[in-house]
Design a protein around this ligand. Sequence first.
Ligand code: GDP
Length: 424
Amino acid sequence: MSNCAIVGINWGDEGKGRMVDLLTEEYDVVIRYQGGGNAGHTVINECGKFALHLLPSGVFRKGVMNVLGNGVALDMENLWNEIVSVSSQGVPITPDNLIISERASLLLPWHRELDGLEEARLADKKYGSTKQGIAPFYADKYQKKTILAGELFYPERLKEHVKDLAEWKNLTLTRVYGAEAWTEERLLDWFREYGEKIKPFIGNTGKYLSDAMSNGKNMLFEAQLGSLRDLDFGICPYTTSSNTIAAYAPIGAGVPAAKIDKVIGVVKAYSTCVGEGPFTCEWFGEEAEKLREAGFEYGAKTGRPRRVGPIDIVATRYGIEVQGATSIALTKLDVLSYMDKIPVCARYEVNGQKTDEFPFPALLPQAKPVMIELPGWKCDISGARKWEDLPENARNYVEYIEKNIGCRIGYVSVGPERDSIIYR
Ligand code: GDP
């Protein structure tokens, strides 16, 4: 038995979905343990091209069970739309390959609405929400103003609970934001519409997973976003509202006693960031445009152009530390093939002092990148499948990063397809 977490080391969008899709071959169960449909994992394989938001990336492998743990933000409406969309592309999603924790809290339509209302109130001070209701959802969960998925099986209790919550939430909607109140009937209609569709998938995932552990099954924990978006260890307040780090995986999955044997951290060969907040190595203008186009850096969920820049060794080393990564998958190396010289943000300078430490969030806006350049390779490497197939300068770039981030790079990805990978 071996348990592995696949996590993002930076701002997210590192290519975790692609790595989970590849590595599920060795695992029996894939579990999403945090977050909601606010990000997107793009997966390209023999079934086609998919943008997954909440579904675990193990859905493409026959015989793999996929689990949405208690730690996720369960938006039944969006999940159902995703199930329909993926199924219509020829990948059936049924209770035979997806179980949802009865302890997962439900993201309700007013959470999405509240995100929009709060962003409008913040105006130019906004944090860059994807307006999927994630922050209001987790705030309510921690206030225990939440409905658990398993309550769908107790209609009388659910009705009472919905009534109480609507009374409470309408105070905020109407008095704080001047918005329209949700009637109990309208909410119950929503529950009737989506609850019935999602109910067959709901079960006791805690029991399922501890049985799986006892039977020696291999479990893969799939994270969303990356270290720098972690609620506790990320760049506050530009974080998400859940813990993206591997240490949270057993809790959010529903097997708090599980031991994680391997943590594979996914790092892109350059940096990207969606949304607001400090991004020390950011490029602007033409060079940014070129890199964005080369890597097709547009949000899977929102279509927003991603902010781009060279790889940031300081942020990456920090991200690896908080994840406890045991090996690294370096993705999108092929994207850098057009560059004569490959810039690397090797250190930061903060208030005139050079540093290798990732600064406290309040100091981060003052950090300036200290850049070095490595020679480029200027040829197509997307067909490389062995380490020796890579040109020397590409190997030198990977080795330079490995040495400076202090973690073994075990996989180098040179294309989005499942087999565009070099094992080291
Ligand atoms: P995730 O949220 O971490 O799974 O990342 P995204 O799916 O948002 O972004 C990764 C994007 O890069 C997807 O469109 C992938 O298909 C693509 N991708 C992943 N690995 C590679 C690679 O090695 N090379 C290229 N060119 N594209 C890649």
